[in-house]
Ligand binder design. Structure first.
Ligand code: SAJ
Length: 406
């Protein structure tokens, strides 16, 4: 039996996928409310295909609990935040999950950490917890790291089709875990050691962060000298060995805006390009705020309450607001004691900020300048609604003449 610990963005789809492919699964989360909702068949976040997957998993017998179980395999998928000051990974949730697992685990159990951690974290923080509880690693308890790679918005498809990495002390144990993931994963699964798996995961997200930072820097250079960054990137990407990502209003989510900092925290004198890239990305919401002020001046606007942000989530067509550029921009505006920006997001049903709207028409009728922070399908498919507005398009999705860009 597999006990999946942590039923969030990664743990839940993983547990459901295993269960719907015939593996006996208990999903455990300390949030009792969440557990009750899952038992009733309600997924805690919107994601293409998740409701159907939950229904299938329930039919196949998945169980949701708040308690840790006796199991052959534990898959730990809890958050790994970073310390804003030191930039290092904060492993407190993983450590506490491992400690709780050890209270119930029996000899021979395999402990799989799915949470993203910086290279060496398992060595430094997890092994001592197990050893201090008087277990012999490799005999009483086996350790594995199996980082995920799925992208919010396409999780179900990617869980089925992405290649995966499994890091284990012992190849045989790694292969056992590979067999479990192979019940649903049709991609190639590489088995390596734990530190290589830890580093590979962080490097993948760092690669993307650095590439986005490069695009953001190009956008700033092009703005300075009145060049079209989008056309330039399109032309460059026609070269067979160039693939530049897109500039945007900032980088959000709990992966690309977080994981690369682990390397800066652990290797401050070596990770220079990464450090600068992260600062570039983190500076984008402020850059957009300055663009807003510039555009207001150009259009003789003086009232900030006539400016509206379209989109509060960290990217298109998801309901996740973690590290969202819009929230960072609003925070920055508050620091300048200039409250008043309006905002709307079709995916955010609860009130999370002041001046938030829950209907697009009401929002649009109250603002003159619309800042497209997130390229949700809703706005892409209804561009005509912006015809009489001043528009700052941070994603190059609007072809209305006179539209401003980053
Ligand atoms: N973004 C840009 N320009 C781009 C692409 C993205 O500014 O060209 C911004 C997005 O708007 C968003 C942020 O970057 O704010 C991150 O979005 P994303 O779609 O690039 O990635 P995430 O954070 O949703 O998921 C990433 C993925 N990693 C990689 O593509 C290397 C995913 O595969 C990982 O599983 C996930 O992180 C994770 O959990 O680590």
């Amino acid at each position: 039996m597999v006990n999946v610990i942590g039923l969030g963005y990664i743990g839940l789809p993983t547990a459901l996928m295993l269960a719907s492919h015939g593996v006996e699964v208990v999903g455990t989360d300390c949030n009792r409310e969440l557990v009750e909702e899952l038992k009733e068949g309600k997924a805690s976040f919107d994601e293409e295909g998740i409701d159907e997957l939950l229904e299938k998993a329930i039919q196949m017998g998945i169980v949701f609990q708040s308690e840790y179980q006796k199991a052959d395999v534990y898959i730990i998928s809890v958050p790994t935040p970073y310390d804003k000051f030191s930039k290092k990974v904060n492993p407190k949730y993983v450590v506490s999950a491992v400690t709780d697992v050890l209270n119930v685990a029996e000899k021979g159990a395999i402990l799989v950490i799915e949470s993203t951690v910086s290279p060496g974290t398992i060595e430094k923080y997890i092994r001592p917890v197990i050893e201090n509880a008087n277990y012999v690693i490799g005999d009483d308890i086996h350790l594995v790291h199996a980082p995920e790679r799925i992208i919010p918005g396409n999780m179900v498809y990617e869980l089925l089709n992405n290649n995966r990495t499994i890091g284990a002390d012992d190849k045989e144990i790694g292969t056992k875990i590979k067999d479990i993931y192979s019940t649903f994963c049709q991609g190639e699964i590489v088995v390596t050691d734990i530190k290589t798996a830890e580093m590979s995961k962080v490097v993948e997200n760092t690669y993307r962060a650095v590439n986005i930072a490069f695009a953001n820097e190009l956008a700033k250079i092009c703005r300075h000298d009145n060049m079209d960054v989008y056309e330039i990137i399109d032309i460059c990407n026609m070269h067979p060995r160039v693939n530049i990502l897109q500039p945007g209003p900032g980088v959000g989510g709990h992966c690309i805006s977080v994981d690369p900092w682990f390397l800066v925290g652990d290797y401050p004198s070596l990770a220079k390009v990464i450090d600068e890239s992260m600062k570039t990305n983190d500076g984008m919401p402020d850059f957009i705020l300055n663009r807003i002020y510039e555009i207001m001046r150009e259009n003789k606007m003086t009232d900030i309450s006539k400016v509206g942000l379209y989109g509060l989530t960290y990217k298109e067509n998801v309901d996740d607001m973690r590290e969202s550029p819009s929230l960072q921009l609003l925070e920055s505006q508050k620091r300048h004691l200039a409250n008043g920006l309006k905002a709307y997001d079709p995916f955010v049903k609860k009130d999370v900020i002041d001046n938030q709207y829950h209907d697009l028409d009401g929002f649009l009728s109250d603002v003159e300048l619309v800042v497209i922070m997130v390229k949700h399908d809703e706005i892409k498919n209804n561009m005509n609604l912006l015809k009489n507005k001043i528009i700052l398009d941070c994603h190059n999705i609007c072809n209305i003449p006179g539209t401003y860009h980053i």
